[in-house]
Design a protein around this ligand. Structure first.
Ligand code: GLN
Length: 467
C-alpha cells in the first residue's frame, strides 16, 4: 500500500521514537500540499496557520496516543470553527462556521491537526466532484480521471499522501465511491452512529459522516473517536457491537453482478471473493430482490429531503449576496439569491419540490418510503443467516474528467450499489482490491449498528485480498 508512512501507527512510532515532531510533519505536509495540490486541487482551503498552532501545542503536550498529531482534512460541508464552510457552493462562499461540528470537536479533543477543507460536489450532490462551484478535483492515481464524489477532495488528499485521513459525508455513497476511485479505504457508519450536528444537511434521513484513510485499521481508529450519542443530534445512538465469532458467513447478492457492471470491476471483485472463500470464510449466493428499485427510491427521497433542506438558502437566513432585487419584492429577492445554485443542485431542488407537491406526494415520496421498507426487509432477512454482504462498490471504474458531465443520468446510475446501505441505514465500507489498472473497490455491508463487527471482519478481509 502507498502512503505506508502516513498510517496512524507508523506516525505514532515516529513521534514516540523522536524521529519527527508534530510540527515537522505538519510543515512537511504543508510543503507537499503546495507542490502537489496545484494540480490535484483536493483542498478548498489550507488552514496553514491553524495547523501550525495546533502542531506546536501538541508537541508541547506530548503523549502521542490515539489520534494525537495525526494530520487530517475535513470535507467542506462539515463545520470547523472560524474556518469557511462553503459546501463548494457560491451560496456559502463567504460563510464562516461559528462553531465546530460534533465530529470536529471530538477530533480536536483527540489532538488531530486539521490541514484544511476538502473539495466536494456542491452540497454533496454528485459523484465526480465536477459539481463543485469552484473547481473539479483530479484523481491522484490518474489525473485525467475524476476522483469520484461527492467527497472527491477528502479521498484524493488521502490518496496523494497530503493527509493521513479525512472526514467525508455519505448520503448515497459519497465516502465509499470516491475511496474506491482513489484506491483508499472509506467507511460509512450505520445511520445514527455518528452525530450529524454541524454538518451541512443534504438528505437528513440518509446523511452520515464517515472517515477515509489508508487502511481499515485507520478508519476504525477515527470512527471510534467520532462515534456515539450526541445530545445535539436526536437521531444519534450509543449502541455498540462485539466481534468475536470465528466462523464468518458472507453473502454475495446476485443482483450486484448483473450485466452492465464493468467487466474489469466484476472480474477484480470476483477474484477477491475467491480469495476470501479460500481463506476459510464461507461465501454463499443470496438474493436481495428489491435492489432494482433502490436507485429510483433513493432519487425521490434524496431529492425531496434535499429540496426541503436547501430551502434555508433564501437570501434571508443564508446566502452570499443578500440582494433584495430591484423591486424590493420577496419573489424577486428569491429569484436573485437562489440563482447562485449550480445546475445539478437546481435539478434536484426542482425534482424534490415536485415529488413533495400536493397531489404527487403519495405517488412519489410515500411510494418511495414504502419501497424503502421493502429494501430494509430484504437486508433484515438476509442478515438472519449472514455476517456480511459483499458487492462491488461502484459498477464502473473512475471515468474521465468531463466525460459524463452532460449526462447526469449515467452518473446517477453509478450509485446503484452504494445507495441501498443509506436507505437501510447500514454500515458499509469500501476497501481497495489489488489491480494492475485503475482502482477497484470491494464493498462490505453489515447489519445495522453492527459497525464494530463489520470493521473487524473488514480488517481480516483487507489482509486476505492483498495476498
Ligand atoms: N453520488 C450520490 C448522489 O449524487 C451520492 C451523494 C452523497 O452521498 N452525498 O446523490
Amino acid at each position: 500500500m502507498k502512503n505506508e508512512n502516513l498510517k496512524i501507527k507508523n506516525l505514532q512510532k515516529e513521534f514516540k521514537g523522536g524521529d519527527t515532531t508534530c510540527l515537522e510533519l505538519t510543515e512537511r505536509l504543508l510543503k507537499k500540499i503546495k507542490e502537489k495540490d496545484g494540480e490535484i486541487k483536493a483542498f478548498l482551503e489550507v488552514t496553514e496557520e491553524m495547523a501550525v498552532d495546533q502542531a506546536e501545542k501538541i508537541d508541547k503536550e506530548g503523549g502521542f496516543e490515539g489520534l494525537k498529531g495525526i494530520p487530517v482534512m475535513i470535507k467542506d460541508n462539515i463545520l470547523v470553527e472560524d474556518v469557511k464552510a462553503t459546501a463548494a457552493s457560491k451560496m456559502l462562499e463567504d460563510y464562516t462556521a461559528p462553531y465546530d461540528a460534533t465530529v470536529v470537536e471530538k477530533l480536536k479533543e483527540a489532538g488531530v491537526v486539521i490541514l484544511g477543507k476538502g473539495n466536494l460536489d456542491e452540497f454533496a450532490m454528485g459523484g465526480s466532484t465536477e459539481n463543485s462551484a469552484f473547481f473539479p478535483t483530479k484523481n491522484p492515481v490518474d489525473t485525467e480521471k475524476v476522483p469520484g464524489g461527492s467527497s472527491g477532495g477528502p479521498a484524493a488528499a488521502v490518496a496523494a499522501g497530503m493527509v493521513s485521513a479525512s472526514l467525508g459525508t455519505d448520503t448515497g455513497g459519497s465516502v465509499r465511491q470516491p475511496a474506491s476511485f482513489c484506491g483508499v479505504v472509506g467507511f460509512k457508519p450505520s445511520y445514527g452512529k455518528v452525530s450529524r450536528y454541524g454538518v451541512i444537511a443534504m438528505a437528513s434521513s440518509l446523511d452520515q459522516v464517515g472517515p477515509i484513510a489508508n487502511s481499515v485499521e485507520d478508519v476504525t481508529k477515527i470512527f471510534n473517536v467520532i462515534k456515539g450519542k450526541d445530545e445535539k443530534d436526536a437521531t444519534s445512538v450509543s449502541r455498540k457491537s462485539d466481534f468475536s465469532k470465528k466462523e464468518i458467513k458472507v453473502g454475495i447478492p446476485k443482483e450486484y453482478f448483473v450485466e452492465g457492471v464493468n467487466q474489469k470491476v466484476k472480474e477484480t471483485v470476483e477474484k477477491a471473493i475467491g480469495k476470501i472463500d479460500s481463506a476459510g470464510m464461507k461465501t454463499v449466493k443470496i438474493s436481495l430482490p428489491h435492489t432494482e428499485y433502490a436507485l429510483a427510491c433513493y432519487q425521490v427521497i434524496m431529492a425531496s429531503e434535499s429540496s426541503t433542506n436547501l430551502a434555508r438558502y433564501d437570501g434571508i437566513r443564508y446566502c452570499s449576496k443578500n440582494d433584495q432585487g430591484k423591486s424590493g419584492k420577496m419573489k424577486d429577492a428569491y429569484i436573485k439569491n437562489r440563482s447562485d445554485f449550480g445546475d445539478e443542485t437546481k435539478r434536484r431542488i426542482m425534482l424534490g419540490t415536485f415529488a413533495l407537491s400536493s397531489g404527487y406526494y403519495d405517488d412519489y415520496y410515500m411510494q418511495a418510503e414504502k419501497v424503502r421498507e421493502l429494501i430494509r426487509e430484504d437486508f433484515r432477512k438476509a442478515f438472519e443467516d449472514l455476517d456480511i454482504i459483499i458487492t462491488p462498490t461502484s459498477p464502473i471504474p473512475p471515468f474521465g474528467i468531463g466525460e459524463k458531465i452532460d449526462d447526469p443520468l449515467s452518473i446517477y446510475l453509478a450509485d446503484m450499489f452504494t445507495v441501498p446501505a443509506n436507505l437501510a441505514g447500514l454500515p458499509a465500507i469500501s476497501i481497495p482490491c489489488p489491480t494492475d489498472g485503475l482502482p477497484v473497490g470491494i464493498q462490505l455491508m453489515g447489519e445495522r449498528f453492527e459497525d464494530e463487527k463489520l470493521l473487524g471482519i473488514a480488517e481480516k478481509i483487507e489482509k486476505i485480498i492483498v495476498k
